[in-house]
Design a protein around this ligand. Structure first.
Ligand code: HEM
Length: 545
């Protein structure tokens, strides 16, 4: 009897739902269920018929004469997995998808509810980076929490951002300011070389990264804060420890992939890396640290002297008057940002260069020959000016920027502020996040012959190569971006790296460590760095440096 009842009416359990869900009537439940089902079906249907995924609904990819192709990704989250995950190399995954979909010029994809495009073609990349409608950036939650929305990199395009760029351009990055800080740079470099020599004689090999990071931090701290940590005691001081720890934590927070940036509702209950909490802990530490330095400058009260060519950037900011005067929080944001932008990029680019020089001994000896004859000609130590005039050295730096661009997706994306019409007939709608896959362009055989071969000669005019402008003028190789938001630190970065490489190669012969062969695997964090820090044998040469 009970058996037949069960078979006759197998939906009896529905009548128990109101009790479980605490609802008064069954009708409520049906309505909720139907609405939910309708919503999910609609979302799935939208997703199924939308190139680029759900964030591109309502035909947003088809605003121009040509539609923007792109992968649908997964329902609701779109292509988030392409960018997230441990060991994920987003530049390579995006390049592979763009190539398979014939979407190198421009590809649409969805990052949760955020519509995004990526250009892997020099012409379209140029149009995006130089467009006035792409002069904003989307800002991550961590960057906003760490005050970066008031710093140069994330400040929206407008009066405040233009003011910051102008101040930085004339007081921090102008060629004469860079030249004025050369003595400090030479000192940091000399300290790095002796640290390397000591480690080599102690261990028989050198792990280069920590030496480069310390020199990079000192270089920025010197130019920006007027403070260097030169002696062993300085380097081990609690202040330096605190600084290093804050920088490391900041890098981790800014580099971490945060799902809530693209699925904002997740932030209410899912924050596995505790990003919000960690930012809240870090900010007061940063404030205290930077405020102390500002206070010391104020007490010295000679910042009226900021026109002094060797003044540091704190002096300059303190000396601003009237409408240009920044409040304390803005100053902290701007100063703190410089440390983040300026340290890892120069250190990790130099590490890639040294790795390539070890793997390509013939390039290393050719470079050393050029350096040795330059020292003879300069009748003394190598200066920034000598180094800038060495074509092979400059070509080695450029070739490394090509093979290992530190920001393979140019690090910080752009945001369109109105519809942008491109020369290929496509239209990028307003409020779209745009990336440029510089790595894909620099590895494209249609753009560069034998793209996987490390060949600095391709940049030396006298060796049949091309003199390519890497500072934003030629989108075949624009590792510093281009347009009005191009990297303002490009000259400082190039000068520093070229000087370091010149001195490293002149003072030591570099060879692979047999126990730890050079491994060019990448890891993409805030920038793209060597996954396994470079360890090498540095044999001291008998030269005056
Ligand atoms: C090898 C060294 C470096 C590389 C490869 C690099 C790369 C980049 C890239 C790709 C961008 C985005 C550009 C764009 O959107 O078009 C950028 C922006 C920026 N970089 Fe650099 N950078 C380097 C060194 C530096 C240094 C040394 C500093 C400062 C001390 C610096 C400060 C900045 C700032 C403030 C921005 C934001 C500009 C804005 O949004 O207006 N960079 N950098």
């Amino acid at each position: 009897m009970s058996m037949s009842m069960a078979t006759k009416d197998s939906s009896w359990w529905i009548f128990t739902l109101p009790a479980f869900l605490g609802s008064e009537t069954l009708l409520d439940q049906y309505i909720i269920f139907s609405l939910l089902a309708a919503f999910v079906s609609l979302a799935l249907l939208t997703w199924a018929f939308t190139p680029g995924g759900a964030a591109w609904k309502n035909g947003r990819t088809r605003g121009g004469a040509a539609a923007i192709p792109g992968p649908r990704g997964l329902p609701f989250i779109g292509s988030l997995f392409t960018l997230s995950g441990r060991g994920c190399l987003a530049h390579r995954s995006l390049a592979a998808i763009a190539s398979s979909m014939n979407a190198k010029q421009l590809m649409a994809f969805s990052l949760g509810s955020t519509p995004a495009v990526v250009a892997s073609d020099p012409q379209i990349a140029k149009e995006i980076l130089t467009s006035v409608h792409f002069a904003d950036r989307p800002i991550k939650q961590s960057a906003r929490s760490l005050m970066f929305s008031r710093a140069i990199g994330f400040a929206p395009n407008g009066t405040y951002w233009r003011l910051l760029r102008r101040i930085a351009a004339s007081h921090l990055f102008a060629p004469r300011r860079i030249a004025a800080h050369e003595p400090g740079r030479q000192k940091d470099c000399a300290a790095m070389l002796s640290g390397i020599a000591d480690e080599q004689s102690l261990n028989g090999s050198v792990t280069l990264r920590k030496h480069l990071q310390a020199a990079a931090l000192n270089n920025i701290m010197g130019g920006v804060f007027g403070r260097r940590y030169e002696t062993a005691a300085d380097a081990a001081s609690p202040e330096m420890r605190e600084l290093e720890e804050m920088v490391r934590e900041g890098f981790e927070l800014l580099g971490a992939f945060n799902w809530s940036d693209y699925l904002p509702w997740l932030s209410y209950f899912y924050d596995p890396s505790r990003i919000v909490e960690r930012c809240e802990t870090l900010v007061p530490r940063v404030r205290k640290f930077v405020k102390n330095i500002i206070k010391e400058h104020e007490e010295r009260s000679n910042y009226g002297n900021a026109t002094d060519i060797a003044a540091d950037f704190v002096d300059v900011l303190l000396s601003l008057d009237g409408e240009e005067k920044l409040n304390e929080d803005d100053m902290i944001a701007v100063l703190w940002e410089m440390i983040f932008r300026g340290t890892d990029t120069t250190a990790l680019l130099t590490e890639w260069i040294m790795a390539e020089l070890i793997l390509n001994p013939e390039v290393q000896s050719k470079l050393r020959k050029e350096l040795d004859s330059a020292v003879t000609a300069a009748a003394g130590d190598l200066t920034d000016a000598d180094v800038a005039a060495l074509p092979y050295l400059q070509a080695v730096v450029k070739e490394t920027l090509r093979v290992h661009p530190p920001g393979p997706l140019l690090s910080w994306a752009r945001l369109s502020t109105s519809d942008v019409h491109l020369s290929n007939g496509m239209v990028v709608p307003a409020a779209t996040t745009a990336m440029v896959n510089m790595w894909s362009i620099t590895h494209d055989p249609a753009v560069w012959a034998e793209p996987l071969v490390f060949k600095p000669e391709r940049f030396v005019a006298a060796m049949g190569g091309a003199d390519v402008d890497v500072r934003g003028g030629d989108l075949r190789l624009a590792p510093f971006g281009a347009g009005r938001r191009v990297c303002p630190g490009k000259n400082l970065g190039m000068t520093t790296v070229a000087l370091w490489v010149a001195k490293l190669v002149r003072r030591f012969e570099w060879a692979a460590d047999e126990n730890k062969p050079v491994d060019l695997s990448e890891v993409l964090k805030l920038s793209c760095e060597m996954k396994f820090p470079l360890t090498a044998v540095a044999l001291e040469r008998n030269v005056l440096i």
